[in-house]
Design a protein around this ligand. Structure first.
Ligand code: LER
Ligand code: MN
Length: 273
């Protein structure tokens, strides 16, 4: 497993769960000084980043790109992949596709979290999930065919969506879809709210887990809350997970302390790193 840390480039997400907020180079320099393997970027849109500039910064600071988030499509433009308005849905698809193209060219997957949207009511959940599958699969195939990277789908806690909340249910749902290229982003903060047993859920999803958000119960750095993170990491080892533990957490008490606490916890959890 490898370590990663988040940087948001979205002013509207200043209060969001991202460690660094002062630009890409600042984040790369700090991540590199602390010994992180990679960064995860939350950009305002694909067009806000120049691929060559990102590649140059990654090379300069000897970092990899762990993943790129698409949530700004929701935060800034209220786009979702299940909008009943076909035009809005089409814009959401294009927003995600452009991020797949940016991230994919840099060898990283895109994340669909908030962009999954929500069903208007519980009666509409299954039809909305079906629509989500229909919009996600062509995007996942695009990521596979052009870049050989998965597309990550993230179950969120019940206060953020009524579609995908639990990791095992998401794993089961993925097996019903035609694309084999979707993988689960297991966010330990959301899992601590929704799962009966985080470790058991990880074992159940097994090889379908493609990325991990490394966060404690209070969405602070691992070690500052009370979620059973050691058990979750043991379960990830058990299923042979070799991806990133990426800190998507609040910069509390400040970015540097959160980053330092994260890398210390990461080294305790993954001693061979
Ligand atoms: C995105 O990775 C996530 O976890 C959501 O909670 C963002 O609001
Ligand atoms: Mn997350």
């Amino acid at each position: 497993m490898q370590s990663a840390i988040t940087v948001s480039l979205v002013p509207e997400a200043r209060q969001g769960p991202f460690v660094f907020h002062a630009g890409l180079e600042d984040a790369c320099r700090r991540a590199s000084e602390l010994g992180f393997d990679a960064i995860e970027i939350f950009p305002p849109s694909a067009s806000a980043l120049k691929r060559d500039e990102v590649a140059a910064l990654l090379a300069k600071y000897q970092l990899r790109l762990a993943a790129v988030g698409t949530g700004a499509g929701w935060v800034r433009e209220q786009l979702t992949l299940v909008s009943p308005d076909e035009t809005v849905r089409g814009r959401a698809v294009e927003f995600v596709r452009a991020i797949i193209d940016l991230a994919g060219a840099l060898g990283a997957p895109a994340i669909v979290g908030s962009m999954q949207g929500r069903a208007a009511s519980s009666d509409e959940r299954s039809a909305t999930l079906e629509l989500l599958g229909r919009t996600l699969c062509p995007l996942a195939e695009h990521a596979h065919e052009h870049y050989g990277v998965p597309l990550l789908i993230e179950p969120l806690n019940r206060y953020e969506t009524n579609l995908l909340n639990e990791v095992p249910n998401t794993a089961q749902w993925l097996t019903t879809l035609p694309s084999q290229n979707l993988r689960i982003l297991a966010d330990l903060f959301h899992m601590n709210i929704e799962e009966a047993d985080m470790a058991a859920s990880i074992v159940e999803a097994g090889a379908l887990i493609g990325h991990v958000h490394f966060a404690d119960s209070n969405r602070q750095a691992v070690g500052l809350g009370h979620a059973p993170i050691a058990d979750a990491v043991a379960a990830l080892k058990q299923v042979g997970y070799q991806g990133y533990l990426s800190a998507e957490i609040f910069p509390r008490p400040d970015s540097d302390t959160a980053a330092r606490q994260t890398i210390e916890s990461f080294r305790k959890c993954v001693p061979s790193s």
